[in-house]
Design a protein around this ligand. Structure first.
Ligand SMILES: NC(=O)c1ccc[n+]([C@@H]2O[C@H](COP(=O)([O-])OP(=O)(O)OC[C@H]3O[C@@H](n4cnc5c(N)ncnc54)[C@H](OP(=O)(O)O)[C@@H]3O)[C@@H](O)[C@H]2O)c1
Length: 240
């Protein structure tokens, strides 16, 4: 039974390693959603270009999906909303609504919009849909300076929890907690001033103590779950 994988944010970090694992190592067909074209050549790789900070373009996305389905037959779509941003890092009183909206668009609304397009598409063709949303410890822990990141990840986390409780037919949900991973997101965190992010020293210490997980190892954990014949019905948190 063949599956089409759809992953947001495969230009770097966990997303790029997941693309390399599924497409490069395991010859699975992957449609990446990125804001610009990436340098990854494979006959199994497709791309949809969209900046996720602006409202989602359902019409163009569905026509790309239809084109892919006109060439290959799939029985299931597995979707991973991995793209994410820390947004603006500063005390809440210094933040404005514009930047908060953009952060929510990337971390929350884009993933949910893609999910609803896929739900309609899979229902129409009677396919299964499995979705994994990449969450964060910041969804349930408040860090000073991270109002945008914490609140947008909390929204995503709670949306998935509600959907999960409802137990929909033909549609499974999981949240993935990657831990602290050695990607550009951590570089941004470590480069933030203590004034904007008082806990910066903790994250700098994690690097000097070699406590960061490799994006390859983390992506492999997620990739192995995505390769399962049947996704577990009762999985809420998949952790690295
Ligand atoms: N690294 C960690 O320690 C950690 C911990 C917990 C959770 N996470 C979560 O894991 C996921 C992956 O993070 P990562 O560490 O791999 O970060 P990363 O290396 O910074 O990669 C983030 C990905 O999201 C994409 N993205 C960001 N803004 C976008 C936009 N406007 N439109 C389209 N794509 C956009 C980036 O694309 P561009 O190249 O175009 O920017 C990139 O592909 C995120 O959801 C993050 O919140 C990470």
């Amino acid at each position: 039974m063949s599956k089409l994988y759809i992953i947001t944010g495969t230009s770097k970090g966990i997303g790029l390693e997941l693309l390399k694992f599924l497409c490069g190592n395991c010859n699975r067909e992957v449609l990446s959603v990125n804001r610009s074209k990436i340098n990854f050549e494979s006959p199994y790789s497709y791309e949809f270009i969209h900046d996720l900070s602006i409202p989602w373009d359902s019409k163009s996305f569905i026509s790309v999906l239809e084109e892919i389905f006109s060439r290959s037959r799939f029985t299931e779509i597995r979707f991973v909303h991995n793209a994410g941003t820390l947004g603006k890092i500063d005390p809440t009183l210094k933040l404005g609504v514009q930047s908060l909206r953009e952060t929510f668009e990337i971390n929350f609304f884009s993933g949910i919009s893609i999910y609803y397009d896929l739900l309609k598409f899979t229902n129409r063709l009677d396919l299964k849909l499995g979705s994994v949303f990449v969450s964060s410890g910041a969804a349930s822990k408040a860090y000073e300076g991270w109002a945008e990141y914490c609140s947008s990840k909390a929204a995503l986390d709670m949306w998935v929890r509600v959907a999960f409780e409802e137990q929909h037919d033909n549609s499974t949900f999981a949240l993935f907690l990657p831990g602290v991973v050695d990607t550009s997101m951590q570089e941004i965190i470590r480069a933030t001033s203590k004034k904007s992010f008082p806990k910066v020293g903790f994250f700098q210490h994690l690097l000097s103590e070699k406590k960061l997980a490799s994006p390859y190892v983390v992506a492999k954990r997620l990739g192995e779950y995505l390769l399962l014949d049947k996704l577990e019905r009762n999985l809420l948190y998949l952790k690295y």
